[in-house]
Design a protein around this ligand. Structure first.
Ligand code: AMP
Length: 113
């Protein structure tokens, strides 16, 4: 996806604060953090959201979530963290490349919506 923002970040065409990378996922700090720790974890393959990824490659979807828990541990979030993935317009998904937000580092609000 030539013009996808997160594909361009993965390719290094747009700078990012990288947290983790392997052959299947890339993780970087959100540019507008909503918590003391706010990391985005994305599959390197382009899927427009988690529904798209889960439908076409459920194994990769699981791999992304496993990576999230590993990254959360590495970020020191032993006391808890939240994983959020916005899926489509009603969820206000703003970047159409599947991504999971890791939020933590403080007590988060109990409001989920
Ligand atoms: P969503 O609204 O769930 O699609 O999340 C997209 C996220 O991408 C938002 O939290 C943005 O702050 C974040 N974002 C947008 N552009 C960048 C960028 N260049 N580097 C890091 N995070 C970004």
């Amino acid at each position: 996806m030539d013009d996808c923002l997160f594909c361009r970040i993965i390719r290094g065409e747009i700078p990012s604060a990288k947290v983790y990378e392997d052959d299947r996922v890339y993780a970087f700090r959100d540019i507008n953090p909503q918590a003391p720790v706010h990391v985005l974890v994305v599959p390197k393959a382009h899927y427009k959201n988690v529904s798209d990824c889960a439908g076409k490659d459920p194994g990769l979807t699981g791999y992304v979530f496993k990576a999230c828990t590993d990254i959360a541990r590495a970020e020191g979030l032993e006391n808890g963290f939240r994983l959020t993935t916005n899926n489509g317009p009603d969820a206000c998904q703003s970047v159409e490349h599947m991504h999971v937000h890791i939020l933590g580092g403080a007590k988060l609000t109990d409001k989920m919506g």
